[in-house]
Design a binder for this molecule. Sequence first.
Ligand SMILES: [Zn+2]
Length: 271
Amino acid sequence: MFRTTAYRHPSEFPILLLTFLISIAVVILSAFLTQCLSLLIVVFILGMSIVSSRSMQAQLMRKAFLVSPERSPELAKVVQVCEKRLQPGSLDVYVVRENVVNAYTFGLSKTKTIVLYEPMLRIMSRGELAFVLGHEMGHVSLGHTWLNTFIGGLAGSPSPFGISYIMYLVFQRWSRACEYSCDRAGLLACGNLKLAVSALVRLAAPKIQTQAEFEQALTMIDAQDDAFVNQLAEMFQSHPMIIKRINALKEYAASPDYASLQANVDRNLQA
Ligand SMILES: [Zn+2]
């Protein structure tokens, strides 16, 4: 039986080769363009997160006053002691007139800003405020202010296959690790475990006034980590459960590392 493929047109092979090469080139180019586009999106989101945090901060600052020895001598002294102990570098502390029990830190430039909301001054003693201020100074010293903006921006970038969700969870995990670090800074700044613990209790239960209410709040906080649903909810939160923070601080306070660091930062007070 005579069988032939000699009728194949001479242009078929070169065109096949060309088609193959062009297809490969298109795949490579489109992968490259997708990468460039992803990078552009990430840069855009980072830019947006910087702009939005700046405008939020500017809005907040309109309701704030700078803590100075003239305007708030008591608080300025607490700030000074914390700064001497922790040496966080250039920062300003502001008090915001708003009915929120919170404190936080921001800033991408050399001088960072720590914000205390006014009710904190009413519900906390000087020692407890030193814990809160020390905690915020820890965020400054450890570079969390800019890391938070950049990593938060990256973790918020859109990505396929639910990867953005994984990035969000990992970012929250990192954020909780930062909180444990800064609680240690807070303890070093106030130099007293009991004050550090009571500051954390007051953050969780700001309305407590008497010792009995304090003990009651502590019992409730103590039960936090018993519930599985709370453990699960924590995965999505930027801050660990208060009871976990208290337990981590107690453990740290009993360590030789803490004792030697505390002795060293205390020495700064004499300098
Ligand atoms: Zn914090």
